[in-house]
Structures are given as C-alpha cells and as structure tokens.
Design a protein around this ligand. Structure first.
Ligand code: F6P
Length: 341
C-alpha cells in the first residue's frame, strides 16, 4: 500500500511519535510505502511531499513539533481544492491518507472523506476538546508544563505579595486550566464553560488576603469571559481562519482585580510554551498507539474514521461523530476542583 501522512493545525507534543509509529508499522510490518505531505493540507493541495522511510523517522520519538511542518488552511480554500486534492491522491497512487490534527483538521478530513477519499484521522491537541476520545495526546504535556509554571509562580508571587493571573491555552474549553489549576493548588480557576462574575472572584481572592495569606494564584483559560454586563471586557474578534482571537482575559482581569483589591495584580501568559518541547511518556505512548491503529484501520479499509481512546482501549469512531461538537468540561468537574468559579 501507499499511505500519505500530514499534520495540520496548531502543533502539539507527540506528533512526531505518531509519524514514527505509522512509518514503523506500515513499512516494517506491512511492507508499505509512506509519504509525508509538507505543512498539512497545503502540502496535499500543492503536491509537496517527501518519502518517509525508517531513516526519516529515526530519533524523533521524543522530539516536539512536527518534522512535516503544519499550517492552518482556510476552510473555503480547502473546499475549493477538493478536486485538486483528489487528483493528487490519484496521481501519487495513494491508497489512504492519515491526517493528524485537531478540530479544524478533522472537519477537513470529514469533508475529504465525504468526497470519496480514503481517510483515517488521528486526533491531536493540547486543548483536549475533541469529542469521542477520552484524551488527546499533547494534553498531558501541556498540563505538565502549565503545572510546573504555576508551582514556580507561587514562590515569586508569595515573595512579592502579588496576585498572579495566569492565562493558559485551551480555546473554548477549560481542560488545561482545570487540570493544571487542580494539580498546582490554584486559589481560583476560571473556565470558558462558565462565564465568571468578577465580584465573586474579588471575594475569593480578597478572603485569602483577609485570612492572612500573602499571595494568590488565579488560573484563567484564554477563552474565559465575564458574565454579560459585569465587567468592561474587550473581545478580540476573529482571525482569517474564522477562529476567535482571544483578547487577553488575564491582562484585563489583572487591571480589574488590582483596582478592586488594591493589591498588585499581574498577568502571566503562558502561551506557546505549553505546546513546545518534548512530549511526556503518556503522550508518547498514546501517540504511538494511535499511529499503530491508524495503519491497521487503513489495512482493514475502515475509512472515514478516527482513532480514539476509550478507557484503556484504542478504537475507531466515525469522523462525523467526532467533529459534531466540542468536548467541554462538564459541570460535575467544577465541584471536584473546589475553586472553579
Ligand atoms: O488548539 C491549540 C492551540 O494552542 C489553542 O490552545 C490556542 O488557542 C491556539 O492553538 C493558538 O493557535 P496559534 O498557534 O495559531 O496562535
């Protein structure tokens, strides 16, 4: 068989582990040939690819980023490019394509699959917001990075009696905020699923100082926003890909809390550090298992599906089901964390 692989959307730790796993399983165990498209869907549309043999994936298991590069593609450009993509697949004699990506990539995968291309998707994202899989690889690493940062920020916040508002990634879901905040013992966690009331946040942080504590750490997900009409809030609009541009909730909250509490409040934006660097052991194993199963699915002809983790098993779910809705943090989880506002 001849299999094409691509990584698309925001990168995350573990992408290289999947690529390596696909090549090992396909080339060594099945005698397949694997090619990698450069920079995601763009590579498929422009027929920009290279051969992926064992040498090409040697030493990349623990490497962050993606050796294939990644870009975001505007949905309209992809829709217009379906016939071109199909032409390239036919020209290259590909029997299957394995796109590795998040929500946008999997929606594109569904579009191409519906147009008749043989596709098996692999979900990835630090945000952990893909429905139909318990976890995505990249999430564990991002939570680890954010937790370590929070531990470090606690010591300096205490030295200077500051309130630190730490903004973590996650787009429209609060998984990274919830898990890193719980792991680091944050004093308040703010998630997009539950618009916050600044009075309540002021009360929680203020009570800490009244109880004699000298600092506070607030973890805020980048997609969090105040309840309507409760605080001046400047939204960020949308980018060229139609994604919401986040407007710096930590920066805006720091100004508001400093004014209300008369304590120094500083924003800390963790940003892309959460996406970079070496994947944790957990993410390497999950990524490797996803790669292995994706090749098996290709050999069985199980197209239009995505690999998923359910409990401890890897399974396949239809792409249509996987992209139907985002996996948000359920309300029951707020109670467990105690400090989610
Ligand atoms: O989806 C992963 C993610 O890191 C989000 O958490 C974040 O909002 C977004 O990508 C940032 O994307 P970019 O790197 O294109 O700014």
């Amino acid at each position: 068989m001849r299999i094409g692989v691509l990584t698309s959307g925001g990168d995350c730790p573990g992408l290289n582990a999947v690529i390596r796993s696909i090549v090992h399983r396909a080339v060594v165990d099945h005698g397949d040939e694997v090619i990698g498209f450069q920079d995601g869907w763009k590579g498929l549309l422009e027929c920009d690819y290279r051969k992926l043999d064992l040498d090409a994936v040697s030493g990349i298991l623990a490497l962050g980023g993606t050796i294939l590069g990644s870009t975001r593609v505007q949905p309209t450009r992809l829709r217009e490019g379906v016939e071109r993509a199909k032409g390239h697949v036919a020209e290259l004699g590909l029997d299957a394509i394995i796109p590795i990506g998040g929500e946008g990539t999997l929606k594109a995968a569904r579009l191409l699959s519906d147009s008749g291309l043989p596709i098996v998707g692999v979900p990835k994202t630090i945000d952990n917001d893909i429905a139909s899989t318990d976890v995505t690889f990249g999430f564990d690493t991002a939570v680890g990075v954010a937790t370590e940062a929070l531990d470090r920020l606690k010591t300096t916040a205490e030295s200077h009696q500051r309130v630190l508002i730490v903004e973590v990634m996650g787009r429209h879901t609060g998984w990274i905020a919830l898990h890193s905040g719980m792991a680091a013992g944050a004093h308040a966690i703010v998630v997009p699923e539950r618009p916050f009331h600044v009075d309540e946040l002021t009360k929680v942080v203020g009570a800490r100082f009244e109880a004699g504590k000298k600092f506070a750490i607030v973890v805020v997900a980048e997609g969090a926003r105040p309840q309507d009409g409760t605080m001046a809030f400047e939204a960020g609009g949308t980018d060229v890909y139609g994604h919401e541009r986040f407007a710096g909730v930590a920066r805006q909250l720091a100004v508001e809390l400093e004014r209300r509490l008369e304590k120094e409040a500083r924003p800390v934006i963790l940003g892309h550090v959460q996406r970079g660097g070496t994947p944790t052991a957990y993410d390497r194993v999950l990524a490797t298992r996803f790669g292995w199963y994706a090749v098996e699915a290709v050999h069985r002809g199980d197209f239009g599906q995505m690999t998923a983790l359910r409990g401890t098993d890897i399974t396949l779910v239809p792409l249509a089901e996987a992209v139907e809705h985002l996996k948000t943090v359920p309300a029951e989880r707020y109670a467990e964390a105690e400090c989610v506002l």
